[in-house]
Design a protein around this ligand. Structure first.
Ligand code: B12
Ligand code: SF4
Length: 468
């Protein structure tokens, strides 16, 4: 295994492995954005230097955009969704010369046509063996995966469930998991957390599940095990789900170390929320009320908003942006401790959804080749920074980014623990007049301050993380 995050020059390491002749298959995990930028040239080099090596891509990008990947001359197979069973089965088929058509969860090209085998089932999360971290440690010291964050000195990322039972129309998880969700039992999760604490001094966990909080019963059982164990944690959930939790559960979660929860608030506009298929239960009023409720238990809500959805006319797109900004300001006035993250809407093709039809009707098209995906414009699309969607004018994109700069300076994120109280105060004072007056245009002085203080942008980088 070669970890692109831990190697200065991943290609030279991959090259040296393949040059031994011991490996016949090269597998690569690909998320949109920077991972894609690295995966394309490296896979191309593999194909050009070692033409006999079979190449396999897995992860969110190829699972959601398989046609463009399979059409490229460098990728032979895509694993669509979970790889635990599909990859070994594919390897067996390749080694035994049996038809790949019988392996679930694989996409490939035959006679110029894309072939998709049936979706692979989500593996039972309770039967997987503990991750062989000792094998990983032979090449990459584990401490390098346990950075300091606002949560703790040694933060570990952990995945305890797969998929999500909801089907929000804009979400990349939906085409892959189609409303399916499977979780690891609370006791096994707690055992794993405590084992990491005892073996590696882990005192903080980021649960990177799409939806950690689907089942209150599981969260309660996990929380009971974690009270008094000295581990803080963060996870991602839905407002309408956790709003159903009892007060006793929220208090227990806090006592068990839950510090912050990430929520896709998306918009304060009820009509917008309905068009996103947010389950029909989330509303603007609830977003506001719930922030207050969660904060009263000492847990910080981290709300993400998605701006720039398609509307029938330019005037309506502008009106929607202004409404969303006004809502975010109302939220901050009411509960300033709420963390706010802004994204620009970047379409994911969930075929058959209303939103999908709307974006095609508005003239949107994805790149036709992998090389096209490498252009800086499409990298920004992937990062939700500049979506290249025809209904968003450059002036709108600029306005949203300028508002974001002022908002982030007025309310610097708690998750950046390096800016210090003085740095935080200074930014707040500098941003206050603009924020109060609602004047966001060209906030160059705030941009400069953020750059000088190396202000972290959680929407792109995740939490501020410093290697110990
Ligand atoms: C952790 C994470 C990050 C971390 C990445 C840290 C790192 N460098 O590894 C950070 C915070 C930096 C990050 C950033 C971004 N992320 Co991110 N991230 C995630 C998250 C929460 C977990 C991913 C993960 O590790 N899962 C655990 C592994 C085990 O699961 P998996 O990746 O699905 O892998 C399985 C299969 O896909 C398959 N598989 C995967 N790779 C391979 C390879 C082979 C060879 C095979 C056979 C199989 C296979 O098998 C695995 C096991 O079943 C996901 C959401 C989620 N809960 O999954 C979003 C997610 C992947 N991120 C997403 C995005 C968009 C981004 C960004 C591009 C933009 C952004 N603004 O968020 C940036 C840029 C990323 C980059 N640097 O390249 C989106 C992708 C959307 C899409 N359209 O495809 C997701 C789905 C979030 C979402 N719901 O929108 N991210
Ligand atoms: S609840 Fe979250 S992860 Fe689940 S479909 Fe909706 S946006 Fe995606």
């Amino acid at each position: 295994m070669v970890d692109g995050n831990r190697e200065a020059d991943p290609w030279s390491v991959i090259h040296d492995h393949l040059a031994t002749g011991r490996f016949q298959v090269f597998g690569c995990t690909v998320m949109p954005g920077p991972q894609l930028q690295q995966a394309v040239p490296i896979t191309r080099q593999v194909r050009e230097t070692f033409p006999d090596v079979t190449t396999v891509w897995g992860g969110y990008f190829p699972s959601n955009q398989p046609a463009v990947v399979i059409r490229s001359p460098w990728v032979d197979y895509v694993i669509d969704g979970p790889g635990e069973a599909a990859m070994p089965a594919l390897l067996l088929a390749l080694a035994g010369g049996t038809p790949v058509d019988e392996v679930p969860g694989v996409i490939f090209e035959r006679d110029g046509r894309m072939v998709r085998t049936p979706k692979a089932p989500i593996p039972d999360q309770d039967v997987r063996a503990p991750l062989p971290l000792d094998r990983l440690a032979e090449r990459y010291p584990i401490a390098g995966y346990l950075p300091r964050t606002f949560l703790g000195r040694h933060t570990h990322a952990m995945h305890t469930s797969m998929g999500c039972p909801f089907t929000c129309s804009f979400c990349a998880v939906v085409p892959i998991y189609q409303g399916r969700w499977k979780a690891r039992s609370a006791d096994l999760v707690a055992d794993e957390v405590l084992a990491m604490r005892d073996a590696h001094g882990v005192d903080a966990i980021e649960f990177t599940d799409n939806n950690f909080f689907v089942a209150e019963k599981r969260v309660v059982a996990f929380s009971r095990r974690m009270v008094g164990q000295g581990v803080t944690w963060w996870g991602e959930g839905r407002i309408d789900t956790i709003d159903q939790y009892s007060d006793a559960t929220l208090a227990l979660m806090r006592d068990a170390g839950c510090r912050m929860i990430f929520f896709g608030a998306e918009s304060g506009d009820d009509e917008m929320l309905a068009s996103m298929d947010k389950g029909g239960r989330q509303s603007g009023a609830q977003i506001l009320r719930f922030a207050k409720r969660l904060l009263s238990f000492g847990i910080i809500p981290e709300y993400s908003f998605v701006l720039g959805f398609p509307r029938p006319t330019e005037a309506e797109v502008w009106a929607q942006i202004h409404r969303d900004i006004a809502f975010i300001r109302r939220l901050k006035d009411q509960s300033p401790e709420t963390e706010v993250i802004l994204y620009l809407y970047s379409p994911v093709p969930t075929e058959g959804s209303d939103l999908h039809d709307q974006i095609l009707a508005a003239g949107f098209a994805f790149p036709k080749t992998l090389e096209d995906w490498l252009s800086p414009a499409w990298e920004n699309f992937d990062l939700h920074r500049n979506p290249l969607t025809p209904w968003l004018t450059p002036a709108m994109v600029r306005h949203i980014h300028e508002f974001e700069t002022v908002l982030n300076a007025r309310y610097p994120t708690r998750t950046d623990f390096t800016i210090g109280n003085w740095g935080r105060r200074l930014m707040q004072i500098a941003a206050a007049p603009r924020y109060r007056a609602g004047v966001y245009r060209l906030p160059l002085e705030l941009k400069l301050m953020q750059r000088l203080r190396r202000y972290t942008r959680p929407e792109v980088e995740g939490f501020r993380a410093e290697t110990n």
